[in-house]
Design a protein around this ligand. Sequence first.
Ligand SMILES: Nc1ncnc2c1ncn2[C@@H]1O[C@H](COP(=O)(O)OP(=O)(O)OP(=O)(O)O)[C@@H](O)[C@H]1O
Length: 766
Amino acid sequence: MGERVEPVVPGPDLVGVNVERPLSHQQSSVWNKRQQAVCVRHAFKHYGSKNNPNHVLSDLNMTVAKGTIYGLLGASGCGKTTLLSCIVGRRRLNTGEIWVLGGKPGTRGSGVPGKRVGYMPQEIALYGEFSIRETMLYFGWIFGMNTSEINDRLQFLLNFLDLPSQNRLVKNLSGGQQRRVSFAVALMHDPELLILDEPTVGVDPLLRQSIWNHLVQITKDGNKTVIITTHYIEEARQAHTIGLMRSGKFLAEEAPHVLLSMYGCTSLEDVFLKLSRKQGQLGGAQPDNNISNNISLATLNWGKKDSVSVTEESGVVGLNFHQSKEVLVQDSNGHIDYSAKSSTSKPCLQETCEDCANCSEWTTTGKIRALLQKNFLRMWRNVGVMLFIFALPVMQVILFCLAIGGDPRGLKLAIVNEEAPYINKTFQPCPFEFGCSATNLSCRYLHTVNTSTITKVFYPDLNSAIQAVSRGEAWGAMHFTDNFTDALVARIALGKDSDEETLDQSEIRVHLDMSNQQIGIILQRDLQLTYQNFTKDILRDCNQNEELAEVPISFKKPIYGSNQPSFTDFVAPGVILTIVFFLAVALTSSALIIERMEGLLDRSWVAGVTPGEILFSHVMTQFVVMCGQTALVLIFMILVFEVECQGDIFVVIILTILQGLCGMCFGFVISAVCELERNAIQLALGSFYPTLLLSGVIWPIEGMPTVLRYVSTFLPLTLATTSLRAMMTRGWSFLEPDVYYGFISTIVWIVAFLTISLVVLRTKRG
Ligand SMILES: Nc1ncnc2c1ncn2[C@@H]1O[C@H](COP(=O)(O)OP(=O)(O)OP(=O)(O)O)[C@@H](O)[C@H]1O
């Protein structure tokens, strides 16, 4: 008994076939060094609220020895991925402790998450538009490798995993090839701990075998550890230890051959079923205490010449080492120790983290460089989308300038002129010789009407004209009585002494369709102006002072703007900011969601990239795009369509860029808050109209009820719009409060949005 017994683990030679493989001397000595790669104690984790929690991990204990393969098995939804994400520092336990490679995940200097861990998530989690080489370069840089190291490793992985040409785009690879690339990414930096979440799902048997072969290979020297989940229970025979998980606990944590022998089963699936039934009967995870009696049988039946040398500290230990009160430990003399010592009370072996010294070399700058290159490459690869991103603001400006602010033209006016004769129902045009003695003043008035705005349509009687308006054929009906001229002359001559009939007959009667306020007001304005011009003409012809026709208010040269203000000039500043703000929202609102849904964000977190670094890289990338968009918007608005800009163009540009930045940050908030892309789109679109309506872009906020006006002031676009309007239309400098309030408000919003995004991202990261 004193002679050394070689431990045995099932070999990798055939997938699903239990072939025993003696451990190397080196490996077994490593196991005996009591090194733990991962140690989990009393782990509790739930999702959902405290009132309605979904308990996923309940008092779970796990020990993974260094230099071993640990197969994590269990039914779908039992909590495997959750456990792994806690191990890699993606999520935090509610209670309990986790030690990984001698440190606590997420703590400074632990290297986890970070380069000490290689993680292959369940999803493919690759950038489809990247080639295999670009994918490897990106992840290599993230892990602080230099390009020549990456190239060397890439060549090895291409050969080893039988990958196609390194220049093939990931999206054009088959599902199996993509999985292999994803596996290669996890192996890229040769991590100490490899965590593989179902790497063999949907993979053909040959490839599965080669994956397992490699895992066995890399753990051989005892320095690398692998935790792997799989639904193909039988393939896990090749692991050194198996953790059978159910309802958030381990039913057993044991070497596969021991499990098979102990339960007298020929397949691990049967063991799992047996244990699950047992757990069901017991109503918990406590295993059968009598099971230890089978252990001697198990060990006796094991192998032809070997017995199982299991040590508590190796991680390849007795039945349910951490779950039961029974501990199977074989002493140096080969005696099995059944002492009822609960392993759950055993603390994790805390070692110093020797390899963390070089963790600090792995700088934020390197990661940000990789993230920036990745973001720009993604943009470049989607060049069609990029062109659209730049064409969109130009299109919006062109459409705005062409469609908004112009005076309506060709407005039909139904005219009934009882003074003008009809011959055979055909209108007899008015004579054009208008002298002072001209008898037909209604014709003269009509002649003065601005024909580009108003199109005159003549009707024989008032009734048919009004019906035309009712049918929508004209915007108004204008009626002159049959003795309009005489009555008007008498009215002018008699003045205040005019009788009722004279006043009535000299009136130009207009019945307008006022359903469209803009058109109604324009018609009123034009008809009144026409009357002013008409009376001026007459007075001039009759050698009278034509100024008598003027309304005695004189509008001098305006202090700001012109006497004929354009609606375009009023709306343009708000429209510039709205376009830049919401384009930036559109650019960023789904940026993180897409990465999150594709599992890429998870991969980045585990690689040790922080939320701040991710946000910063996105801000930088989108900022470049946004500057281009801002330039195009301002060039088209100011240079091409000659929208008035009285102020300092440099300050105008700065404010516009800041608003774009503000929109980007708002987009990041949406992206961080929303789980699904469609929710992000809904939120972005849903915020567009309220912001547009309440920010004084299309209507002065002075027209709003007081409360709404107050609310409006605190929106990101309101003060900025007022500021830009003041600069563009009044030419005010930055020193005016109206101007600098816009800057202050924008900067405050940027900081607020960035803070919210960071907090939400950190919370979601766990
Ligand atoms: N982010 C989350 N929010 C709420 N519940 C979650 C979340 N992630 C997982 N769950 C729930 O936790 C439980 C365990 O999920 P987990 O993904 O860990 O299981 P799993 O064993 O990995 O499953 P599978 O083998 O199918 O991948 C499931 O009921 C799942 O619905």
